[in-house]
Design a protein around this ligand. Structure first.
Ligand code: SF4
Length: 221
């Protein structure tokens, strides 16, 4: 089963995603440019991950997006290409975004740390601490209304908690004036497809918060 079918299999068979694109993708006034922050990131050596990275993966997407996805850290492909969420996990994230009626370029996607940890290990506390100011500045510039924290590392870092993702997901948490929804990381969903149902429930709450609509129509028979 390909990733699209695997993901959209959790949508009701006769569901049609309806959305108001103008309302979904951005606010009328653009925020200050984030290009200066990106230039600063490209030469950052604030933690030891600078010694092994090929590229700094700042993040990408709409600079005034209403919806922001935050993952853990770049992986091998992301490190080589300088873009977040590539490969199978990235493809699944794109399907998740499409399932709520948006496109990848309508949202902003980034990670807690911007450089790949060796062997794709979990970022260490000193690395997260060193990189957090960059994420905070991104959040201040983009000012998303809704943040989806993908996986335990992002959720625990943003919410400053030790609670697991299963306890944190399923409800919004207040975060710097935004609403934060923790859910499973796409890589976790690839390993454990049974969790896609819960992730879809989380995304439905995001849909509602952003004023999008999922309308179920009666199937023709
Ligand atoms: S992970 Fe963040 S703090 Fe560490 S070198 Fe990369 S950009 Fe700098």
């Amino acid at each position: 089963m390909d990733s699209k079918r695997a993901w959209t299999g959790f949508l009701p068979r006769n569901a049609i995603v309806m959305f108001r694109r103008d309302k979904a993708v951005g606010r009328p006034s653009a925020p200050p440019s984030i290009s200066s922050l990106e230039a600063e990131l490209k030469t950052c050596s604030h933690c030891k991950l600078c010694e092994t990275r090929n590229s700094v993966v700042e993040g990408e997407g709409m600079p005034n997006a209403r919806l922001m996805f935050i993952g853990e850290a770049p992986g091998e492909q992301e490190d080589l290409q300088g873009r977040p969420f590539l490969g199978k996990a990235g493809q699944l994230l794109e399907r998740m975004i499409e399932a709520i009626g948006l496109k990848r370029e309508d949202v902003f996607i980034t990670n807690v740390v911007k450089c790949r940890p060796p062997e794709d290990r979990t970022p260490e506390p000193d690395e997260i601490k060193a990189c957090s100011p960059f994420l905070c500045r991104q959040l201040e510039l983009i000012r998303p209304e809704v943040i989806v924290a993908l996986g335990k590392c992002a959720a625990q870092t943003l919410l400053q908690t030790k609670e697991g993702i299963s306890e944190l997901r399923g409800r919004f948490h207040g975060y710097r004036g935004a609403k934060l929804m923790p859910t499973f990381h796409p890589a976790d969903l690839l390993r454990n497809p049974a969790s896609k149902r819960e992730a879809w429930m989380d995304l439905q709450l995001v849909v509602k918060e952003l004023g999008l609509k999922i309308v179920t129509q009666k199937s023709e028979s």
